[in-house]
Design a protein. Structure first.
Ligand code: SAH
Ligand code: SF4
Length: 341
């Protein structure tokens, strides 16, 4: 397959230039366009000669993705629909606040985990994203909104089921794009084999675990058995990552009315988080037209207070993005592109 220019490192650029009879300093120029300025289209690398621009264009996918739709919410959250080189679609979200700029990136086209409340997994997995495609999300976002302060892999897909390409992406972001690992968060639904590989990277990335339930019975109502692991195994793997990465982790908890929002759930969750030195992030459910509903505000507040009483730390995700397309995968799902299997 044709390589993605966005995933090339300096060494590969040097080899390419030498193999194609261009002087080595040209590799440094391409490197600077790509890794300092996030320019992936060779035609926009202004100080390169035309024959090199054309050679790069021919030998690499550069760029391979394009923005086909932008949905902007009143609070300036932008959700970009990106069309990939094979016509598939993914989303990325640009989230500005007063203090910082965050990008939420996708890791797969669709998702095989199929959580019952999530639009991304509704049609299963179409394919994994390559590192080049994930890095293009980063570059496209940067060209549009400036360099982000934080990156979260919380878009479409379960990144740890696409570990090899995700690991290349993470390493390139740190080593080539000089992005701090402490400002990158990988979110997982608790895919334990992938979590163990993530721990083995031993870099200071952040981890978010989408727990959604403090016990296996409640969890079974939300996540199909195929890729679901026991809560105890997930937390043991998360602890391993916390030690390897020297970072505390976050437990993501999507609050769904009548399923996981009782005071009993809150107390159990708080105790687990406290025991594991983890922070809790509550995400009031964004309705996606299925069987589940968001709890009333009083229920959410009581849940949060019951957690605080256990001594655990808890935050609540503030409402960002337009209601119709706020949750991951909703914009793509609403397009019904016909490509998602
Ligand atoms: N697959 C990974 C990362 C992508 S999902 C994971 O599951 O962690 C990122 C987060 O969005 C998860 O915590 C997920 O539970 C949450 N989410 C998905 N659909 C949602 C919805 N409709 N409302 C609220 N949160 C949702
Ligand atoms: Fe996949 Fe995460 Fe959605 Fe579950 S919540 S279906 S793991 S993207």
């Amino acid at each position: 397959m044709t390589p993605f220019l966005a995933a090339a490192d300096l060494q590969e650029l040097k080899t390419y230039c030498l193999d194609h009879n261009f002087p080595a300093f040209r590799a440094s120029q391409i490197d600077s366009w790509l890794h300092t300025h996030c320019v992936i289209d060779p035609q926009n690398m202004k100080n390169l000669p035309n024959d090199l621009k054309n050679a790069l264009q021919q030998d690499f996918l550069a760029p391979a993705s394009r923005i086909t739709e932008i949905s902007t919410s009143p609070d300036q959250v932008e959700k970009l629909l990106l069309e990939l080189h094979d016509g598939e679609c993914i989303e990325m979200v640009i989230i500005p606040t007063e203090k910082r700029l965050t990008f939420c990136l996708s890791t797969q086209v669709g998702c095989p985990v199929g959580c019952r409340f999530c639009a991304s997994g509704r049609n299963g997995l179409t394919r994994n994203l390559t590192a080049g495609e994930m890095l293009e999300e980063f570059c496209i976002g940067t060209l549009r909104a400036g360099r982000p302060d934080n990156l979260v892999f919380m878009g479409i897909g379960e990144g740890l089921l696409n570990f090899e390409q995700l690991a290349i992406t993470l390493n390139r972001l740190v080593d080539e794009f000089t992005f701090s690992p402490r400002r990158i968060t990988v979110s997982t639904s608790g895919y334990v084999p992938g979590m163990k590989k993530f721990a083995a990277m031993k870099r200071e990335f952040n981890l978010a675990v989408s727990l959604h339930a403090p016990d296996d019975n409640t969890r079974a109502k939300l996540i199909p058995a195929k890729l679901r692991y026991p809560v105890a195994e997930i937390l043991a793997a998360a602890d391993e990552i916390a030690i390897a990465n020297n970072r505390q982790y976050t437990l993501e908890y999507t609050l769904i009315h009548g399923i996981n929002d009782s005071i009993d759930h809150a107390v159990k969750l708080g105790k687990l988080a406290f025991a594991h030195h983890a922070k809790i992030n509550l995400i009031p459910y964004n309705e996606t037209g299925g069987e589940f509903h968001r709890p009333p505000l009083t229920v959410i507040e009581n849940f949060e207070n019951a957690i605080l009483d256990t001594g655990a730390r808890v935050t609540r995700r503030t409402e960002r993005g337009s209601s119709k397309t706020a949750a991951c995968g909703q914009l793509r799902a609403s397009k019904n592109t016909g490509n998602n299997r």
